[in-house]
Every structure is written in structure tokens, then in C-alpha cells.
Design a protein around this ligand. Structure first.
Ligand code: MF3
Ligand code: CO
Ligand code: CO
Length: 275
């Protein structure tokens, strides 16, 4: 899968898909409470995507090589689960932190975004992890512009994470996105400035760092999909889909109820662009 560049029509399509992904997360937000099962969230998500948004849940039956088809419409990764958690019939409980990762396909274009949710009151450590991982994502995003390097993004994220004694998962990364769910280039969440691919206007990529309280090592949990921290420490992740522009970037997965953008992000780039 090579790098693709979106023309004006492609950008318009990606803006719509990105907005729908964000609006799906907005829709799910009030339901993420103690007692709901992740299967219930999955059904709410798929019904909203297909019936209200007239769109498609990209994860459902997604089958990259080496994987069995993914069986659900969303990923729900709880506590020490890092990513790709499969919804099930277990209720969420007070104190859980859960990542909900959604990807919608609209008119062939993919919008991919995830947020952390705190279920009831959570520990100070869990709250801190969620907040710092959100900031880490934005430290990566603000590096994006035509001519910058993929390594600039990863370096910014890793530097920020390490400055707060958090580790960065290396086995999973952001990606190009467009008519395909996962395209080149890989967007690593660690690395050195000035290395790897150079960004060009018209690329659309995701930034989706996974940060752990403990060690960075992960393993597959045994269901073919769910990734967990080896030391069972808490993990958090946030994800946006972003368009690379000549002067910077445009975050495509923003919506009315997106969490506030950190104050270190330049103001011009904090205004959502309406499609
Ligand atoms: N949404 C994930 C990502 O950010 C990918 C999930 S693949 C699935 O790239 F099959 F598990 F849904
Ligand atoms: Co995702
Ligand atoms: Co992604």
C-alpha cells in the first residue's frame, strides 16, 4: 500500500468521514457509564453509523493478513488493554478507563478516531495517564506540515511521554488513511527528528499514541486481536485523523463535543474547519 495524496475532492471526502467518526464518539459519550457492556456500546455504534450516518463501520470484518476478521464495529480497550480490545458482555465498572476507537467509511473515505473515557471516579494515576496521553498526541500533531518529517512527530511524542515517566508502545503506530483503512506511511510514536518520510500536502495520516504507566512491552492477549501491556500496567490512547497542508495541518476528526484542545496548540489551528 503506497502513500496516497488527496486532491480537493478527496479532502472533501476525508473531511466528511472524519467529522462522522468524531460525531460517533460524541454520540457514544453519554452511554459510557458504569454497568454498560462494551457489546452494548458496539451495537449503539454500529446502529448509529449505519442508520443515522448512512456509513459503514470499517472494523467489522476487517481482516488484514495474519488476522482473523475483526468481529465487531468498534474497539474497546480497558485498563491494561492497549488497543484492539474486542467488545464483550462484561459491564464497565467504576474506576475503569476505556479507549473507544471508531472508524467510519463514508463514500469510500475513512475517518479514524479514538478517545479515552473514565468510568465513574478513576484513580489519580489513571486520570493523569489519560490527560498526558491526550497532550502527547497533540505534541505530535503540531509538528505536522509539508516538509516536516514523520520522525518529528514521533520524537515530540516520545520526548513528552518520557518527561512524564510514561512509556511509548512501539509495536503499533499511526498510518496513512484514505480510501483504505491503513495506508503508508507508518506514523511511529517515537524516533528522531529529521528521519523517515517527509510529509507532503494532501497526505492524510493518523496520530494515535499508546502510552503506558509501566513498561512499554506488549503482547497479544490470546483472542487474536486484543493487545495488553506485559506488566499489566494501565495504558491509554487517543487518535485523530489529520490532513497535511502546506502551512501545517487540519485535524479532520473534530466535532461539537471533542475534548478541549490544549492551550499550547497555536490558536489558528484550534478552530475546526467546517466541511
Ligand atoms: N482503529 C484502529 C486504528 O486506529 C484499527 C483497528 S483494526 C480493527 O488503526 F480491526 F481492530 F478494528
Ligand atoms: Co483507530
Ligand atoms: Co488508526
Amino acid at each position: 500500500m503506497t502513500i496516497t495524496y488527496k486532491d480537493a475532492a478527496g479532502i472533501a471526502g476525508m473531511r466528511v468521514a472524519g467529522r462522522l467518526a468524531a460525531e460517533l464518539l460524541d454520540y457514544l459519550t453519554p452511554f459510557v457509564k458504569p454497568g454498560i457492556t462494551t457489546n452494548e456500546l458496539d451495537k449503539l455504534a454500529n446502529d448509529y453509523t449505519t442508520q443515522v450516518q448512512q456509513a459503514i463501520s470499517a472494523p467489522l470484518n476487517y481482516a488484514p493478513s495474519g488476522h482473523r476478521p475483526y468481529p465487531k464495529a468498534i474497539c474497546t480497550s480497558i485498563n491494561h488493554q492497549v488497543c484492539h480490545g474486542i467488545p464483550n458482555d462484561k459491564p464497565l465498572k467504576k474506576g475503569d478507563i476505556v479507549n473507544v476507537d471508531v472508524t467510519v467509511i463514508k463514500d469510500g473515505w475513512h475517518g479514524d478516531s479514538s478517545r479515552m473515557f473514565m468510568v465513574g471516579d478513576v484513580s489519580v494515576a489513571a486520570k493523569r495517564l489519560c490527560a498526558l496521553t491526550y497532550e502527547a498526541m497533540w505534541h505530535g500533531i503540531v509538528k505536522i506540515k509539508a516538509g516536516a518529517y514523520v520522525g518529528d512527530i514521533g520524537h515530540a511524542i516520545e520526548k513528552f511521554a518520557h518527561s512524564h515517566a510514561l512509556s511509548v508502545v512501539r509495536e503499533f503506530c499511526g498510518h496513512g488513511i484514505g480510501r483504505n483503512f491503513h495506508e503508508e506511511p507508518q506514523i511511529l510514536h517515537y524516533g528522531q527528528p529529521g528521519t523517515l518520510d517527509q510529509l507532503k500536502a494532501g497526505m492524510t495520516i493518523t496520530v494515535e499514541p499508546m502510552l503506558n504507566i509501566g513498561r512499554r512491552e506488549v503482547k497479544e492477549a490470546g483472542d487474536g486481536w486484543t493487545i495488553v501491556t506485559r506488566d499489566r500496567s494501565l495504558s491509554a490512547q487517543w487518535e485523530h485523523t489529520v490532513l497535511v497542508t502546506e502551512t501545517g495541518y487540519e485535524v479532520l476528526t473534530l466535532s461539537a463535543n471533542s475534548p478541549a484542545i490544549p492551550s499550547f496548540v497555536p490558536v489558528a489551528e484550534r478552530t475546526p474547519v467546517c466541511a
